[in-house]
Design a binder for this molecule. Sequence first.
Ligand code: HEC
Length: 120
Amino acid sequence: MNRIAILSTAILLTIAGQVSAADKGASVTRGRTLFMTSGCYHCHGTQGQGSGSATRLTPKPMPAEGIAQFIRSSGTRMPAYSADVLNDRDVADIAAYLASVLAAKSPDAIPALKDLKPTL
Ligand code: HEC
């Protein structure tokens, strides 16, 4: 009986270790969903490009730690999000999403746009 208990504890600890290791990889897809459902997009634009009401966050957002600090405490015009609303994993996923947004290409690098001539 004791051997079975020790064996099952060892198996559970191994599984728990694998789950927490998997959690360390932040998810861009989940972060994008959270950016939309938490209302960030409303002020910062769907890709963090900025809007009339809030700052541009992308491309090249501040480091993940800075984003996390800002989400928790924020400035005067941005609401603070407590850990009850967005937990640390949510915040890490949002930071991963923002880091994944690439800079827009120059119109000259897009053949269809490069060939367009103004018609005025
Ligand atoms: C009600 C509008 C609003 C919402 C919603 C909002 N923000 Fe903001 N955010 C702002 C404004 C305005 C600033 C500029 C600083 C200030 O005045 O608070 C800002 C600043 C920031 C900054 C710092 C940018 C910099 O370079 O200084 C980050 C990072 C940020 N927001 C991320 C987020 C994330 C992530 C969310 C969603 C969880 C979010 N914001 C939701 C309005 C908003």
